[in-house]
Design a protein around this ligand. Structure first.
Ligand code: AMP
Ligand code: GLY
Length: 426
């Protein structure tokens, strides 16, 4: 079959890398892709948010199956448009994608279905929001309601910080329309984990879990980013916790969405806080995590394509996926300056050297390859150096050995990805 992947990040490189080896895949396209994806797929210069362009391309190329990587086209209704054109795809329709597209939708949904999550209030004007946080006190969490590329959340440790975040979102429009409404949440204490489940509208299948590092600096300090690294397995999500998360969070969500007339299909990614009271939902995403997808694909032993198609067809009950017992780690290399402003165009060398080891795959995110073959940085997060090893410590060692073979003065990475899991090994 002909498969089209939508997106251009490390997540989509990992998906293309996995899909390309499926016996079901005869031809693989990616819109728009990047320099690394071009080694797995035919890249077509259509932006992930150009819904008309994607539907037209899929129709003209007689694409059999479209796999949507990022959230924006899902929230904007790409799957609805593909459905209307008779083209199968992986991902939720716009109504179900509201689980990621609107934090207030999700919080209110959780309330209706008794899904454990932080207590919250929603505000669209500054004065009442300020009054509320002064009553509640710090620490407290302020979130822009809409999509803001992982950057619309302030975990305020002091009231002054919380006030500044509210002023930025509600008075100064720092997050544009996404922040014209804010959700203010109770601060939860615990260990975070990324939990993934495939969903076909009614059936669910948990995948292996992962943990990511959202903050830019070593020791998990500094501003939040889209994700500076990830690893799998996640020790906090053992078999018993998986069963509990399925029972208390994932299953009621899938049943609730179906009961409300918005059945969810695709991958449901629950950002969890494992608290003393048990697992609590921080947020839902309606697509694979980036960079969590890179470590999941590194551990996947089965063909992914039948599972993705089964989500569309409502046939997930007949699918099984097998995972490598090895650990996997992905260290993100980003352009100096990220998550603030950063230049484009810095040259990167040594990529072939870095991926000599069979256990290593260098997934590309924001990269371009010039006519002379030179790879340059073209975004904030640029590479995801991914390694497998018998345990997380070994995987980490292999990943950093590979990174040390990459010559990129214009980029940086954290040097401690996986530290929490390694500490646990003792
Ligand atoms: P989100 O974009 O909602 O995943 O939030 C980004 C990050 O902020 C999360 O990964 C957590 O580290 C942190 N965070 C979000 N909500 C809370 C909360 N209610 N309590 C504590 N930390 C939170
Ligand atoms: N790694 C966090 C995310 O994909 O949202």
């Amino acid at each position: 079959m002909k498969i089209l992947v939508i997106g251009s990040g490390g997540r989509e490189h990992a998906l293309c890398w996995t899909i390309a080896i499926s016996p079901l895949c005869d031809a693989l396209y990616c819109a728009p892709g990047n320099a690394g994806i071009a080694e797995e797929a035919i890249c077509v210069a259509i932006a992930a948010t150009n819904i008309d362009g994607i539907v037209e391309f899929a129709r003209s190329k007689e694409i059999d199956f479209v796999v949507v990587g990022p959230e924006d086209p899902l929230v904007a209704g790409l799957v609805d448009r593909l459905d209307a054109a008779g083209i199968k795809s992986f991902g939720p329709n716009a109504a179900a994608a509201a689980l990621e597209g609107s934090k207030s939708f999700t919080k209110e949904f959780c309330q209706r279905h008794a899904i454990p999550t932080a207590a919250f209030q929603r505000f669209d004007s500054l004065e009442p929001a300020l009054t509320y946080i002064r009553q509640q006190g710090a620490p407290i969490v302020i979130k822009a309601d809409g999509l803001s590329a992982g950057k619309g959340v302030t975990v305020a440790l002091s009231l002054a910080e919380a006030e500044a975040a509210l002023v930025a979102a509600l008075r100064d429009g720092a997050f544009g329309a996404a922040g014209s409404q804010v959700v203010i949440e109770e601060f939860m204490i615990g260990e975070e984990a990324s939990f993934f489940a495939l969903v076909d509208g009614s059936h669910t299948m948990p995948l292996v879990a992962a943990q990511d590092h959202k903050q830019v600096g070593d020791g998990d300090i500094g501003p939040n980013t889209g994700g500076m690294g990830a690893y799998s397995p996640a020790a906090v999500i053992d078999e018993a916790m998986t069963a509990r998360v399925m029972k208390e969070i994932i299953t009621p969500t899938v049943e609730g969405m179906a009961a409300e007339g918005n059945p969810f299909k695709g991958v449901l990614y629950a950002g969890l806080m494992i608290t003393a009271k048990g697992p609590q939902l921080i947020e839902y995403n309606v697509r694979f995590g980036d960079p969590e997808c890179q470590v999941l694909m590194a551990r996947l032993k089965s063909d992914l394509v039948p599972a993705l198609i089964a989500c569309h067809d409502g046939q997930l009950a007949h699918v099984d996926l097998r995972w490598d017992d090895d650990a996997a780690i992905c260290v993100v290399m980003a352009t100096n300056g990220y998550p603030g402003s950063y230049p484009k165009g810095s040259p990167i060398s040594g990529l072939e050297n870095a991926s000599q080891d069979q256990a290593v795959t260098v997934f590309h995110a924001g990269t371009l390859r010039g006519l002379d073959g030179q790879v340059t940085a073209n975004g904030g997060r640029v590479l995801g150096v991914t390694a497998r090893g018998g345990d997380i410590r070994l995987a980490q060692k292999i990943a950093y050995q590979a990174i040390d073979r990459i010559e990129w003065p214009g980029g940086f990475c954290r040097r401690d990805i996986g530290w929490r899991a390694i500490d646990r090994l003792g």
